[in-house]
Design a protein around this ligand. Sequence first.
Ligand code: FAD
Ligand code: SF4
Length: 330
Amino acid sequence: MKTFDYRRATDVGTAVAAVAADPGAAFLGGGTNLVDRMKLGVASPDLLVDVTRLPLDRVQELPGGGLRIGATVRNSDLAADPVVRAHYPVLSQALLSGASGQLRNLATTGGNLLQRTRCVYFQDPDTPCNKREPGTGCSARDGYTRYHAVLGASESCVAVHPSDMAVALAALDAVVVAVGPDGERWIPLTDLHRLPGDAPERDTVLRHGELITAVELPEPVPGARSAYRKVRDRASFAFALVSVAAVLRVADGRVRDVRIALGGVAHKPWRATRAEEALIGAPATAEEFERAAGIELAAARTLRDNAFKVPTARNTITAVLRDLARGGDS
Ligand SMILES: Cc1cc2nc3c(=O)[nH]c(=O)nc-3n(C[C@H](O)[C@H](O)[C@H](O)COP(=O)(O)OP(=O)(O)OC[C@H]3O[C@@H](n4cnc5c(N)ncnc54)[C@H](O)[C@@H]3O)c2cc1C
Ligand code: SF4
């Protein structure tokens, strides 16, 4: 591993200034993704600015309703938070489906959102990869694609975003708070991550030196239920093949409010807006849920090894919504 400097930040302004001033600098959260990438030779920062001692480690109810989650709140603490468990179960379930207990104890909210793809070629510096080294090509296109994207991919890159938490946050209409050299800005979670287009090296809209300080959740939808379901190769320690986060409110047998986000299918958490539009006012039946899922997935484009993701996503969306409509989860 290349040698690097390490600095422990004590306030947000100093942390931002230190990283913004040095193109080779990076923020360090729990390190469970960045340090792995450094060991693999995929990342080689010359300065790490540790943000875990910043005063951003609280989950607070907002005065007008909703919740503010500090960027250094650990994944385990967030999953166990009583307000999250009671009012945002989809978030707690998504967190608990990710990684392992030990990793969740270290992983932070900000770092989890900005973890990079697990595409095997991205993680192997000996293979061409447009995301790691722009212009070199995409080894996955003619390679092993069981884990790759079926929605929103490009010729340049077919990788998927790996975070479970981000999928739940997309369904909850979360907003990311970021501080950079030019001040603070609020970014809807669904706009934080990019589709690859012809610049797959850029995962998000954040600029170098911008620090995520918090994630804000709006008030829970009154009367709605929510759940997260993850389809994977092993029951733990495995990334999503397909996942579904959903929030559903049904009244008089009809869908009144619905938010659906998909994981494991795209370069970003995929908000299923077409399915949502098709469901508003429709009868809350399995047939309608399946029809809406089909509308969303009509745009899917599969690769050699991942055609199964389309029926898997359709069936999982249908099953999650059907169970919520029957009164499952909360
Ligand atoms: C074996 C294994 C299995 C896993 N399984 C899953 C899984 O099933 N589901 C899942 O979702 N995840 C999984 N993970 C990934 C894990 O959740 C992430 O590694 C973790 O959430 C990253 O958080 P961190 O704080 O350690 O980030 P770090 O590694 O510290 O940082 C990640 C990135 O974010 C940047 N960063 C960190 N904090 C900030 C901030 N506040 N503002 C701006 N930039 C910041 C860093 O510079 C870095 O680029 C797994 C990881 C491993 C090793
Ligand atoms: S899918 Fe993306 S990350 Fe994977 S090899 Fe292709 S360019 Fe690289």
